[in-house]
Write a protein that binds this ligand. Structure first.
Ligand code: NAD
Length: 437
């Protein structure tokens, strides 16, 4: 099937490449000409395991191509995925301008029936608004076309995005009674449903809510563990044992029940805030979601304050891990950015290491941070090492070697990666999360 994916960022690029991998003919559209040029040459614009291979294979097969012009993608296109960003406005509502631009541009140039799919994360009711905008333009043009707008939220996780897209837990499709759109989505996803990946059809409104609900629930699980980590620190106890004890209950489960410095990234913080804004709009209190955010903010501040309590100013600090989570170079809402600002403001000297995100971080901090190509090299002469991202390379560090390399002895473990006893046996002071001092 010939499809277009508009917006080739983290979601759009992975979706476009994977739909081509599943045998569809895909054109990726992006207004960023530099991005389109790189992608057309087979170079991935993001770090995502396995993506470049899929990209190159499908460019070569001729099933995948990229353009800056939406009008290049429209001829014979049967399904258009809108995968542009929906960043927060100042009041944390979702900024839908890019989504509406894609609707309007599509409606202005379309000359045949097409299913318009919102893959971007959008508040409940957005699909209806898109449909109205498209219908108004078609009417103005006096063109009679069938252009249903449906919702197909994306659940891929950065770092495992290709795997998640080719082997999804579920495919959620929100359609309000349009048989043509439903048949089209059935056909499009057949390569996945044939091998038993479930597709669930529901109303457009439900699908729009599922996306925010899923992210907010996962964020709440993280905040739940983080809230209890503070109790463990003050009252005694170990959050690792507490969450292990809880997670063995099948109804609770162990995943996302880890204490740390809290969630970051381009989705959880934005979607947790947006869901509160949606609640405000509809006059429905979102107390749990508000608390999720408060705990997350507090957890990050508490961890940073601990570092400052030990090193108020002008120390040598090594930061391990800059991306908001492992296996991605994405720095959006990464705790590292706040930490670096704080360390710079307090006159610390900073050396940092991250396996893939250092180039991106240089755009924020070019001179005030020294970037090293090896974790132990970054720790040379450090008074303190602060681990922010649980990349595998940090798990395997020789702690005795680390002790010899550092000047000081303090290891702040923002992700509870290390066993406190092992760190202390290596002669270092361990500062983890959720254990009483
Ligand atoms: P992104 O910022 O990485 O990519 C958006 C792309 O859209 C950019 O390349 C931008 O140049 C392009 N763009 C903007 N306006 C355009 C237009 N008018 N025409 C064509 N291209 C245009 O964003 P992302 O992380 O891929 O997120 C996209 C959407 O998917 C958001 O709503 C996000 O909430 C949602 N989402 C993201 C993730 C994730 O892990 N990143 C996961 C699930 C859902």
């Amino acid at each position: 099937m010939k499809i277009a994916v508009v917006g080739t960022g983290y979601v759009g690029l992975v979706s476009a490449a994977c739909f081509a991998e599943l045998g569809h003919e895909v054109i990726g559209v992006d207004i960023d000409a530099a991005k389109v040029k790189m992608l057309s040459q087979g170079k991935s614009t993001i770090y995502e395991p396995g993506l470049e291979e899929v990209l190159q294979r499908n460019l070569k097969s001729g099933r995948l191509s990229f353009t800056t012009k939406l009008t290049d993608a429209l001829p014979d296109c049967r399904v258009l995925f809108c995968a542009v960003a929906t960043p927060p406005n100042e009041d944390y509502t979702a900024d839908l301008r890019a989504v509406f631009t894609v609707c309007e541009e599509t409606a202005k140039h379309l000359d045949h029936d097409l299913v318009f799919v919102n893959k971007s994360t959008v508040p409940v009711g957005t699909g209806k608004e898109c449909e109205e905008k498209i219908a108004a333009i078609l009417e103005e043009r006096k063109v009679k076309l069938h252009v249903p707008v449906i919702s197909n939220p994306e659940f891929l996780r950065e770092g495992t995005a290709v795997q998640d897209t080719l082997h999804p837990d579920r495919i959620i499709v929100g359609i309000n009674g349009d048989g043509v759109a439903q048949r089209m989505m059935d056909e499009l996803y057949l390569p996945l449903t044939r091998v038993k990946h479930p597709i669930v059809f529901m109303s457009r409104e439900s699908a729009e809510i599922v996306k925010y609900a899923s992210n907010a629930f996962l964020a709440a699980k993280i905040s739940f563990a983080n809230m209890l980590s503070e109790l463990c620190e003050v009252a005694g106890g170990s959050i690792r044992d507490v969450t292990k004890g809880m997670g063995l209950d099948e109804r609770i489960g162990p995943r996302f029940l880890h204490a740390g410095i809290g969630y970051g990234g381009s989705c959880f913080p934005k979607d947790v805030k947006a869901l509160q804004a949606i609640g405000r709009k509809h006059d429905v209190p979102m107390h749990l979601i508000r608390a999720t955010q408060d705990v997350n903010d507090r957890q990050r501040e508490r961890f940073f304050q601990r570092i400052l309590n030990h090193f108020p100013r002008e120390a040598n600090v090594c930061v391990w891990g800059l991306s908001f989570k492992p296996n991605t170079d994405d720095l959006r809402e990464a705790p590292s950015i706040d930490l670096l600002h704080m360390l710079i403001a307090t006159g610390h000297t900073i050396r940092a290491y991250d396996p893939v995100a250092m180039e991106n971080m240089k755009k924020y901090f070019s001179k005030s941070v020294t970037y090293l190509s090896d974790p132990l090299e970054a720790a040379k002469g450090a008074d303190a090492v602060v681990l922010l991202t649980e990349w595998d390379i940090f798990r395997g560090i020789d702690l005795r070697q680390l002790k010899k390399t550092m000047k000081g002895r303090d290891l702040f473990d923002g992700r509870n990666v290390y066993e406190p006893k092992e760190v202390e046996a290596a002669g270092l002071n361990y500062h983890g999360i959720g254990i009483s001092a």
